[in-house]
Design a protein around this ligand. Structure first.
Ligand code: THU
Length: 130
């Protein structure tokens, strides 16, 4: 199944009780596996989690650490774009050129790289790590 279809399908299961804004995310890791996540909100608003965070958590739980491709979908006129925190989370497991496709219900609308989404990212080198 395409990343778009995977993300669309998991978006249906989003728990977006407070915002009403359902988001789905599908990540392909470098070995070809696909992991999905949706936003999960909470009555204590800051405790909610984004779709991207869910997909990353599923990938890590499966023992994969390298992202090859990402797609995010929501029902929005302007295709949904990962929030600042999710850009940092995606950068942790991606090379700078990894494509992130922004989609709405009609389909993929725009593709940007992880580096375009988060130029000048704080990374391990800033801490003297490789
Ligand atoms: N949201 C995501 O899941 N991913 C994004 O990239 C943008 C925002 C969620 C968080 C919250 O549940 C809802 O969308 C409204 O902000």
């Amino acid at each position: 199944m395409s990343l778009f279809k995977e993300a669309l399908s998991v978006r249906d299961r989003a728990y977006a009780k407070y915002s009403g804004f359902k988001v789905g995310c599908a990540i392909r890791s470098t070995d070809g596996s696909v992991f999905v996540g949706c936003n999960v909100e909470n009555v204590a608003f800051p405790e909610g989690t984004c779709a991207e965070a869910g997909a990353i958590a599923a990938m890590i739980a499966a023992g994969k650490h390298e992202i090859k491709e990402v797609l995010v979908v929501a029902d929005s006129p302007k295709p949904v774009s990962p929030c600042g925190g999710c850009r940092q989370k995606l950068a942790e497991f991606s090379k700078p050129g990894v494509p992130v496709t922004l989609a709405n219900l009609e389909g993929p609308q725009k593709t940007m790289t992880v580096k375009e989404l988060l130029p000048g990212a704080f990374d391990a080198e800033h801490m003297g790590h490789e």
